[in-house]
Design a binder for this molecule. Sequence first.
Ligand code: MLT
Length: 243
Amino acid sequence: MKIDVHFSPSSIDELSLKEKVCIVIDVLRATSSIATAFSNGAKEVFPVNTVAEAGKIASNTFGGIVLAGEKNGVIIEGFHLGNSPSEYTEEKVKNKTVVFTSTNGSNAILKTRFAKISLLASFLNIGKVSNFLVEKNSDFTIICAGKNNLFCVEDTVCAGMIISFISETIDVELTDSAVAALVLYKNFGHNILDTLKNCEHGNFLCEIGFENDLTVCSSCDLLSVIPIYSNNSIKNFERKDNL
Ligand code: MLT
């Protein structure tokens, strides 16, 4: 099994992902919030790149829509939810369609629109996603959302944790970037919360009052969901999907 890692989506040509199994990671906080939404019964999530697109979908749809996401870390004016996982409660999202936009996460997800399979991972659902990949036993590419099209520590450490887990059971061939992710995980993985507190985006979130989100996003393997992006929307993977 060959594993590759992109530290940010910036240099990815989306057509190059056409035949690939992709894993998108935005620990702080998009893929953590989306995993939480599915864990609390959301029907589907539509990722979009701009606030205008989100508004357009909402105005063309009758009822049942939750507008969610952030700009500069905070809830967008007129939206129902921001980007803190704790906002995505059963009361707010159960059986609802969520339209989601964020600074880096939604862009990374949309980059995988042509992928054969695109799954969303975070520390919260890392066990479920890793087990799926072990069962699937085929090559895959991890796409870290990064920060402003650059590398970020937290997504790369999460990528390294997935690689570490899989390489315990399967022979893996790693690209140089996958080796680097694994090394970072070995260095920073022993205390995820500390890692989130000390990274650039974690610092920013603390400054604007979201320190609690770091605690929530640092929990490993808490949620039994596999968000899967296909045909423009994200749904929770079910066995019957037969991928
Ligand atoms: C993003 O997509 O850039 C993030 O999820 C930002 C955040 O809300 O922390």
